[in-house]
Design a protein around this ligand. Sequence first.
Ligand code: GUN
Length: 289
Amino acid sequence: MAVILDGKSLAAAIRNEIREEAACLPRKPGLAAIMVGDDPASRLYVNNKEKDCAACGFYSRRFDLPGSVSEEELLGIIGKLNANAAVDGVLVQLPLPASISERRIVEAIAPEKDVDAFHPLSVGRMVYGKAPVWPCTPSGIAAMLDAYQIPIDGKICVMVGRSDIVGKPMGLLLLRRNGTVIYCHRHTRDLAAMTRQADILIVAAGHPGLITPDMVKTGAAVIDVAMNRDPATGAFTGDVCFDSVKEKASYITPVPGGVGPMTRAMLMRNVLTLAKLHMGLAEPGDIEY
Ligand code: GUN
């Protein structure tokens, strides 16, 4: 029976540390979050970001723009936020409507305010191992593994999913921490043969029930990133068959209450890190994951 990785409690403890550290700074760290359109999941995420900023004692600004907003208008807002000294991090909630180029928007965010680490310069820094901040979900997973003293060094790490937000940067982070990384995706021929090798199995596919016990090595750490909403009940489930896989794994994350709260806590930590850089209280190479 696996240890359940309690992301909720760990995230609350991290938020407390962040609030204490922020209170000692000469000014409040600031986050601006932009949401376009009215996707209910995105709205919930942005609402939570505002709440978390308040809980950490941060300054926050929020922009709710209609789905019909033009790329130029959005670029104009980002330009102003880039120039606003009270704002340390600029976040554009993804996905954006199909009429807007996500790449163009992400690349318009000043790299020093790129709190998600989605800008190509941030990605390059991640590849070379000199990134001040990492994307929130991968760094939240690493923080959770560290808190439970689950080693990454030398371990076989299988990443199911290769999204720009989770899978790709997660693999880079694990590689940087000396893991042996296998990426799996929809073209992978025998997924079970790959996942069975994993000491650390991270799943972000968005397919409920994808990972069954026969796909998991005894004693593995299993991290479920997915948040699939059951249309019938409205309940959230992950990609891992939790009840059966927990009997085989050593560690497992619940959904909800595992990765999600850690992602939120890491966003706050990233805002704090960028704020410290902007205030001259840290050097760019100081804070590395
Ligand atoms: N959409 C889903 N996850 C994220 C995230 O971490 N950052 C942003 N900006 N959009 C998202």
